[in-house]
Ligand binder design. Structure first.
Ligand code: ADP
Ligand code: ADP
Ligand code: MG
Length: 503
């Protein structure tokens, strides 16, 4: 096993990787931007190195700088997490060319699966069903003819797209030419390639994906499914395992297709094969994410495998310690993504200082957070700040536990989607497992948070209690603009009156 590893990421996933390394006795090197000097991942790692200004291009996406830090600090391996450079084939190549181990798949697999058109072609060859579509080599007339054959609505997708971006639903033929132009322009700006293609727009599908693990010795297994149909803007909000709709037979078929997909590209390490499942329970390959995924914890809880440790073991050349037959699903796990965003305002990202964060603690409750009390959330990075994951013997138990845990979760100072999630997990359709990718648009348009305004007399009472409790020396310090008030990190000097250990 490695003795020292560079974590080329930030936020909750960097923290997750650092924790796994700590358990394994691997020393960790964090990298951080100027915006993350006091971030959790920066503080938790054995070493932390400043790599540049807040802008991702100048920091977490700056490949040379990351590799320079890895070499300078004597790291043997680099874990890319998800997002940033995780699915950048050139980065994987550069890491390996520098004599370091990239904790991820071969560059060729990343490159092939990163091109959604090439991936569809390879999957079709391997007899993995793909969403009916048109690969888009021709001119506008050929797009029009293809769309007519597929039947509207169709989806214009960017070959290099990701993160729910680069997709455009087209309902009528008259709108297709303009949609192609806009999609091409957007794709060129966002993904550096203007290649677009068509997919049949599957009506009210479910998003069901399979986790795979492959080692360097030709073993490929799947770790069953995750249902990720609760989405906003084509991005997942809630994930669970098992899926409420798969039966043993469909699960076996989809699992075999996922393994075939991984084999078809010579896959090694952890990856996810995403499928759409339609109302007739037909399934179609959507794409493969060649990295650890945000929602990997639900699989960990149900299958009992630590996926980050598995990634490290695979990267170190170890064979998988289990066969497919030895893997099984036990109980039910649900994950809610905690976003700093306002669900009442079109899920607009929110920024600000986390005045107080209180995470739920209890049996079978897990919080993977990248932030803590006192942290500042900026607009530079992804608004996903934490994940709440629960396990239960049955789906009902997990649902109850999730509702409880969301009620306990307090983040003050920054708008989050927690109150929204409380309503979603209690919604009858969600409770029934009746979830398709249009769930949020169907039931939650116009959602408003409950009125939580506090009466003036309560605020006054709280302020008086606060004042009465504060030691005199500190009170003097508080109003002092001189020397003693100079420590910006002392909790006594926080202007909004926060005290450790008190709500
Ligand atoms: P997952 O597929 O792991 O469930 P997402 O698809 O939401 O999760 O992507 C994982 C992370 O990477 C998110 O933080 C997302 O914003 C980011 N991401 C993935 N692909 C891209 C991309 N092409 N451009 C920008 N961000 C991306
Ligand atoms: P990304 O790379 O951005 O994750 P995906 O191809 O995985 O893109 O699609 C993300 C989401 O967009 C899916 O989970 C689904 O909700 C929706 N989607 C994508 N393709 C289709 C399709 N052909 N029909 C219906 N919905 C789709
Ligand atoms: Mg996807």
């Amino acid at each position: 096993m490695f003795s020292k590893l560079l974590v080329a990421n930030r936020g909750e996933i960097a923290v997750r990787i650092i924790r796994a390394c700590q358990e394994l006795g691997i020393r960790t090197v964090a990298v951080y931007s100027e915006a993350d000097a006091r971030a959790l991942h920066t503080l938790l790692a054995d070493e932390a190195h400043l790599i540049g200004p807040p802008s991702p291009v100048e920091s977490y996406l700056h490949a040379e700088r990351l590799i320079e830090v890895a070499l300078k600090t004597g790291c043997e391996a680099v874990h890319p997490g998800y997002g940033f450079l995780a699915e950048n084939a050139a980065f994987a190549e550069t890491v390996r060319a520098a004599g370091l181990t990239f904790v991820g798949p071969p560059a060729e697999a990343i490159r092939l699966m990163g091109d959604k058109v090439a991936a569809r072609a390879r999957m079709a060859q391997a007899d993995v069903p793909v969403v009916p579509g048109y690969e888009g080599e021709g001119d506008v007339d050929e797009f029009l003819a293809a769309a007519r054959a597929l039947g509207y609505p169709v989806l214009v997708k960017a070959a290099g797209g990701g993160g729910g971006r680069g997709m455009r639903v087209v309902a009528r033929e008259a709108d297709l030419p303009a949609a192609l132009d806009t999609a091409r322009r957007e794709a060129r700006n966002a993904f550096g390639s203007d290649r677009v293609y068509l997919e049949k727009y599957v009506d009210r599908p479910r998003h069901i994906e399979f986790q795979v693990l492959a080692d360097h010795h030709g073993h490929v297994v799947h770790l069953f499914e995750r249902e990720c149909s609760v989405q906003r803007r084509h991005q997942k909000i809630i994930e669970e395992s098992p899926s409420p709709v798969l039966d043993e037979e469909l699960r076996r078929h989809m699992g075999a297709a996922a393994v075939a997909a991984a084999r078809a590209v010579g896959y090694v390490n952890a990856g996810t094969v995403e499928f759409l499942v339609d109302a007739e329970r037909r399934f179609y390959f959507l794409e493969m994410n060649t990295r650890l995924q945000v929602e990997h914890p639900v699989t960990e809880l149900v299958v009992g495998v630590d996926l980050v440790k598995a990634q490290l073991a695979i990267a170190a050349g170890e064979p998988l310690p289990f066969t497919q037959a030895e893997l099984s699903q036990r109980g039910h796990a649900i994950e809610c993504r905690i976003y700093a965003e306002d669900p009442a305002r079109g899920f607009l990202p929110a920024t600000g200082r986390v005045v107080r964060a209180v995470e739920p603690v209890g049996p079978w409750v897990r919080v993977d957070a990248g932030i803590t009390t006192g942290d500042t959330i900026t607009h530079y990075y992804d608004p996903m700040i934490a994940k709440l994951i629960v396990w239960g013997e049955h789906r009902d138990d997990a649902l109850r536990r999730m509702a409880w845990a969301l009620d306990q979760y307090i983040i003050m100072g920054v708008t989050t989607n927690i109150t929204f999630l409380r309503d979603v997990v209690r919604h009858p359709a969600f409770q029934r497992g009746d979830i398709t990718t249009d769930f949020v648009e169907r039931y939650f348009v116009g959602w408003r948070p409950p009125d939580t305004s506090v009466p003036d007399e309560v605020l006054i009472a709280a302020a008086l209690a606060e004042q009465a409790d504060t030691p005199p020396a500190v009170r003097a310090n508080h109003g002092d603009s001189g020397e003693r008030a100079g420590d910006p990190f002392s909790p006594w000097n926080v202007a909004d009156g926060f005290r450790p250990g008190r709500v």
